[in-house]
Design a protein around this ligand. Structure first.
Ligand code: GLN
Length: 491
């Protein structure tokens, strides 16, 4: 890193005191991107000159003595599903390969107002549908801890960018685990806030009732500071919550009050859980016991239905949301023969523009919403969704937070599951519940397997309990004197 510290917590004070300029910091991260991109494929686009120009503006404002946000001048990488006016927003899809949005997503505006430097747009599974970043039209991003393995997904590029210090922070989106699972696979922290906490305006919709954007960082403190910037009401998103935003950052430093911690039995006892992940979880539970927390066994009886429920609701919403990509309104249009009909235009554009997984989901969703099947599938899934949520409500009468593994397995090999959709969907076993219930959840690293692959622990809490959840997760990082590590990459 050219002697520059790679972590935000060390950069912010040096920027504020002008010991470092934002240009120097941005330049150092751009160098990392240039060096590592050919190996990791974490980014879809970036523009060094534009990033440096934005950095210069912050340096000038600082030189004039303006009081700026603690994040001012710090780079952040953005999942390429959030609209930005000054670059393409591809969603990892051929159909939007050249699409430039006429407006910024609300959270992009918030980040720009905080003076953050948008350093690039990160790789993802096409339209955020997947768990390995392999369905991107730009090819897979790679796990910096083992290049043969997937970085998780769909926000894989964002997780890699932070893990490999190509950016100190990143933004991802999470519909069924797409922030938490890649965070776990890459050994970084990632958070999905409460549904409605962060505006979805300008987040290209996959499944609107589940989608939520959130931060990646190296520590729980990093999550708090970015969440502080992107949370809040936005009248342009009708599902945005109009409730005050707590001071996550200062609440994090308040003394840790002993929490009641629920251990999800269905997750910890599930037969598919990797042994090394189970042992790491048991050690983490012991750590909380040592901190004086009460550990309570919790069962979520409907959790076994969460994958089928999610994989009916998400594709149903996707089939409707993606109908706008028709060759007329946005992006790519297939080359047509003379006298081709309108239907030919739609079908050729969509079959050439979308990849196989996206087409599979559109077909699944169209089926489950079709007359005659709607009641049997979609409506039934909505009812089960309610039962899943009721399980969480009952749990949160007994405990403040639920913990469990973020993923059933450590990062799998690239190519291992991509042709077996059911195996890939089962990876989401522990994460989709929080999206179905609309509650906040986050993942932090809790160690590595013997072969050096990261392991993540998930926290889930009641709606709008982000502050408490961050405090509980932070207590673990403090108690274990957690120090973020960077992978050694020989490139
Ligand atoms: N892996 C899940 C899916 O494929 C979750 C994706 C996400 O959260 N965007 O739908």
């Amino acid at each position: 890193m050219n002697q520059l510290p790679p972590f935000a917590r060390d950069l912010a004070p040096k920027l504020a005191s002008r010991e470092l300029s934002s240009r120097e910091v941005t330049h150092a991260f751009l160098e990392r991107i240039e060096k590592l991109q050919p190996t990791l494929n974490a980014f879809i686009s970036w523009d060094g000159e534009r990033a440096l120009a934005a950095a210069d503006k912050i340096d000038q404002r600082r030189a004039l003595g303006e009081s700026l946000s603690p994040l001012a001048g710090i780079p952040i990488a953005i999942k390429d599903i959030l609209c930005t006016t000054d670059s393409v927003t591809t969603c990892g899809s051929r159909i939007l390969e050249k699409y430039v949005s006429p407006y910024d997503a609300h959270l992009i505006t918030q980040l720009r107002q905080a003076g953050m430097i948008l350093i690039g747009k990160t790789n993802l599974d096409e339209f955020a549908m997947g768990g390995s970043t392999e369905t991107s039209f730009c090819g897979p991003a790679r796990n910096p801890w083992d290049l043969e393995r997937t970085c998780g997904g769909s926000s894989g590029g964002s997780a890699v960018s932070v893990a490999a210090a190509m950016a100190p922070f990143a933004i991802g989106t999470d519909t069924g685990g797409s922030i938490r699972q890649p965070a776990a696979f890459c050994g970084v922290c990632g958070m999905k806030p409460t549904y409605g906490r962060v505006s979805r305006y300008g987040l290209i919709a996959y499944a609107s009732s589940l989608d939520q954007a959130g931060p990646f960082g190296h520590t729980v403190g990093d999550l708090a500071i970015v969440l502080q910037t992107i949370a809040g009401h936005d009248p342009r998103d009708s599902t945005s919550l109009n409730v005050p935003v707590p001071d996550y950052v200062s609440e994090l430093s308040q003394p840790f009050t002993k929490a009641r911690i629920g251990v999800i039995r269905e997750h910890l006892d599930s037969p598919g859980l990797d042994d090394e992940i189970r042992s790491a979880m048991l050690a983490a539970i012991d750590e909380y016991r040592r901190l004086g927390c009460e550990i309570v066994d919790i069962t979520l009886p409907h959790t076994k239905y969460s994958i089928p429920t999610y994989y009916i609701i998400a594709p149903s919403e996707a089939s409707s949301n993606l109908s706008r990509f028709d060759g007329a309104h946005y992006g790519f249009r297939a080359q047509l023969v003379k006298n081709a009909s309108l239907i030919d235009m739609y079908s050729q554009t969509r079959s050439q523009g979308f990849g196989a997984e996206v087409r599979r989901r559109i077909m699944l969703g169209t089926y489950t919403l079709s007359e005659g099947y709607y009641d049997a599938y979609y409506k039934k899934a909505l009812k089960v969704r309610r039962l899943i949520r009721n399980d969480y409500d009952a749990a949160f009468e007994k405990v403040d937070v639920l913990i469990g593994p973020t993923t059933p397995t450590p990062p799998f090999k690239i190519g291992e599951k991509v042709d077996d959709p059911v195996q890939m969907y089962l990876e989401d076993l522990y994460t989709v519940g929080a999206n179905l219930a609309g509650i906040p959840a986050l993942s932090i690293p809790i160690g590595k397997t013997r072969s050096g692959l990261p392991i993540g622990m998930q926290f889930q809490g009641p709606a709008l309990s982000e502050s408490q959840m961050l405090r509980i997760a932070n207590a673990y990082q403090r108690a274990t004197a957690y120090e973020p590590q960077l992978p050694t990459l020989s490139c």
